[in-house]
Write a protein that binds this ligand. Structure first.
Ligand code: GLP
Length: 275
């Protein structure tokens, strides 16, 4: 495995703080665009949630205005609700079709989400792991974060080596995502999610979090002790994880000055700095 040692002073989670939500989304989109250009066959891990909408808008823009080509890319989403058909407005398949897949030129056969309608959910989870493996693994996994620290739907106490499986959602998650369903009562109680172990196997992780309501959980995820109570802390074990946050979400980070300094000075980030 390729580990970026040395210049990162044993610090494998790179944190980049941008002024606001728009600038943070822009940076994430630029990293994605660069990766797709460098490797047209990229295997992309995708995420849902309100935070990602701005990123997908920018990818659509890059496709329309700069001809960014997704025709050879394959995608794997992190998760899907149990019991929702693809055309249900709350389903992640519906979200992905609407915000990205139908707006750019992915081959629909190359876009994958777990099937939350499968009769045998356990078999579906095993199948999903298998297709990821057959694709050669995920090159770049886009991640959001839940207020309870989940990545995908790996709710607190998800084993750090867990694989794709069905998880019961926590009250915090039900409350957080309820607006998409017109209230928590209408929301599915379970979801299929890639495991923490599945996520850690991708070659690069790119997490985006914005807004003051994420400040506490981002500080715990990036600077706190690794614990299955906050699944995102497992990313500290990943060899290449980039965390992009806006100022409000960075408010509780103790190392903020250091992260700013690295972004301003490391040559790798030069092309991503905005004047
Ligand atoms: C859902 C998804 C997560 C995502 C989270 C963040 O719970 N399962 O993968 O990270 O939403 O949502 P938002 O961006 O709306 O805060």
């Amino acid at each position: 495995m390729f580990i970026r040692a040395g210049s990162w002073l044993n610090f494998v989670v790179e944190v980049i703080i941008r002024a606001d939500e728009a600038a943070a989304a822009r940076l994430v989109a630029r990293i994605l665009v660069k990766e797709v250009r460098a490797n047209p066959h990229l295997v992309l891990g995708l995420a849902t949630g309100r935070t990602m909408e701005a990123v997908y808008r920018l990818l659509v823009e890059a496709h329309r205005q700069e001809g960014l080509d997704f025709s050879l890319c394959r995608t794997f989403n992190l998760d899907e609700y149990v019991g929702l058909a693809a055309d249900h407005p709350g389903a992640y398949r519906y979200y992905m079709n609407r915000h990205l897949f139908e707006q750019v030129n992915f081959d629909p056969r190359n876009t994958h989400l777990p099937n939350g309608m499968a009769k045998d959910l356990e078999a579906e989870c095993a199948r999903y792991e298998h297709v990821i493996e057959k694709a050669g693994g995920i090159d770049l996994q886009l991640l959001g974060i839940g207020r309870d620290g989940h990545i995908g739907f790996n709710e607190p106490l998800s084993a750090l080596r867990s694989r794709t499986r069905v998880k019961a959602l926590t009250p915090t998650t039900l409350e957080q995502n309820a607006p998409c369903f017109g209230g928590a009562d209408n929301m599915p109680r379970r979801a299929i999610t890639m495991g923490v172990g599945t996520i850690l196997e991708c070659r690069r992780c790119l997490l985006l979090a914005t807004g003051a309501e994420k400040a506490e959980v981002i500080a715990r995820a990036v600077e706190g002790p690794i614990t299955s109570m906050v699944s995102a802390t497992a990313l500290q074990l990943h060899p290449r994880c980039t965390v992009v946050v806006d100022e409000p979400a960075a408010r509780r980070l103790e190392g903020a000055d250091y992260y700013h300094w690295i972004f301003a000075n490391e040559p790798e980030w030069e092309e991503f700095r905005e004047s």
